[in-house]
Design a protein around this ligand. Structure first.
Ligand SMILES: Nc1ncnc2c1ncn2[C@@H]1O[C@H](COP(=O)(O)OP(=O)(O)OP(=O)(O)O)[C@@H](O)[C@H]1O
Length: 265
C-alpha cells in the first residue's frame, strides 16, 4: 500500500537526517516507526505526507510514485495524519462542528451542501464522543477529547492510512490507555492501516504488528513486533526496549552473594 524505497533527505552539511530508508506498510497493517529523538522519524513522516521532498528514493502509494501530481492528490485524501499536540492542532476559534465540517465539505465532492449533523455525530461516535460536543470550542475539552477530535477529523475524508505522529505523548497514562483501545477498535472496524511514529516501545508492543527501528536516519532493525521484542539484534532497539520490559533473553546474572548463599544452603 505505502512503500518507501531508499529515501534520503539531507538538510545541509553533516549526516543526512534520513539515509536510504526503505519499508512498507501493507493494507490493514499497523507499523511502528521507532527511534530516539532526532533519529529522523518526523522527517520520514513529512516526506510521506508530501510536506518534504526526499533528495533521492521513491515513495509509492498503491504502487504509484508520489512524484506524480495525480497520485499526490489522491494520497492527500487517503493518507491522513494526527499530530502529537492536539490542542495546537485545533483552531481555538472554531467549534467542533466547524472543525469536523471542513474536511467533510472539502473531500465529499458535494457542492454547496454543508455537512449534516448526522454525519458529524457519526464521526464523533467513531471516536467515542457524545454528540453534544459539536457546540464546544477546544478550550472546553480535555486534552484527551481534543486528541479524539483530531482523530475524527483525520477520519472524515475516508482515509486508508493514518500516520499517527507521537499521538499519545501529550496525554497522561490513563488517557493514553483509553486512546490506544479506541485505535484498536477503529482498526478492527475500519480495517485502516496505521503508521505509528513513537519513541515508546510500550505503544509498539500494544498496537503494532511490525516495527521499523531507526537510528541516526538509518533503519537498524525491522520485523514482526514479537520477533523484535524476543530476538533483537540491535543495541539501539535494546536501549529503547530497556524502559519497557525486562529482556527474557538476557536474564539477570545471579549476584555472587546470592550464589554463595545458595552454595551455603
Ligand atoms: N527543516 C530542517 N532543517 C534542518 N535540519 C532539520 C530539519 N528538520 C529536521 N532536521 C534535523 O534532522 C534530524 C532528524 O529530525 P526529525 O525531526 O526527523 O527527528 P525525530 O526522530 O522526529 O525527532 P523527535 O522525536 O524529537 O521529533 C535532526 O538532526 C534535526 O535537527
Amino acid at each position: 500500500m505505502l512503500s518507501l524505497e531508499g529515501i534520503t533527505r539531507n538538510f545541509g552539511a553533516g549526516r543526512p537526517a534520513v539515509a536510504d530508508v526503505s519499508f512498507d506498510v501493507g493494507a490493514s497493517e499497523i507499523v511502528g516507526l521507532v527511534g530516539e529523538s532526532g533519529s529522523g522519524k518526523s522527517t520520514i513522516a513529512r516526506c510521506i505526507l508530501g510536506l518534504e521532498r526526499p533528495d533521492s528514493g521513491t515513495i509509492r502509494w498503491e504502487g504509484r510514485s508520489l512524484a506524480d501530481r495525480t497520485v499526490r492528490r489522491l494520497a492527500r485524501r487517503e493518507i491522513q495524519t494526527v499530530f502529537q499536540d492536539p490542542r495546537s492542532s485545533l483552531n481555538p476559534r472554531w467549534t467542533v462542528r466547524a472543525i469536523l465540517s471542513e474536511p467533510l465539505d472539502n473531500w465529499s465532492g458535494r457542492t454547496g451542501r454543508p455537512a449534516r449533523t448526522a454525519e458529524l455525530e457519526a464521526l464523533l461516535h467513531q471516536v467515542s464522543l457524545a454528540p453534544d460536543l459539536l457546540a464546544r470550542y477546544p478550550h472546553e475539552l480535555s486534552t484527551g477529547q481534543c486528541q479524539r477530535i483530531c482523530i475524527a477529523r483525520a477520519l472524515a475524508p475516508g482515509p486508508k492510512l493514518l500516520v499517527l505522529d507521537e499521538p499519545l505523548s501529550a496525554l497522561d497514562v490513563s488517557v493514553q490507555a483509553r486512546i490506544l483501545r479506541m485505535l484498536h477498535d477503529l482498526h478492527r472496524q475500519r480495517r485502516l492501516s496505521f503508521l505509528v511514529i513513537t519513541h515508546d516501545f510500550a505503544v509498539v508492543r500494544d498496537i503494532c504488528h511490525r516495527v521499523v527501528v531507526i537510528d541516526a536516519g538509518r533503519v537498524v532493525e525491522t520485523g514482526a513486533v514479537d520477533d523484535v521484542l524476543d530476538h533483537s539484534t540491535s543495541d539501539v532497539t535494546r536501549s529503547l526496549l530497556g524502559n519497557v520490559l525486562p529482556f527474557p533473553f538476557t536474564p539477570p546474572q545471579a549476584s555472587p552473594r546470592l550464589a554463595v548463599s545458595r552454595n551455603d544452603g
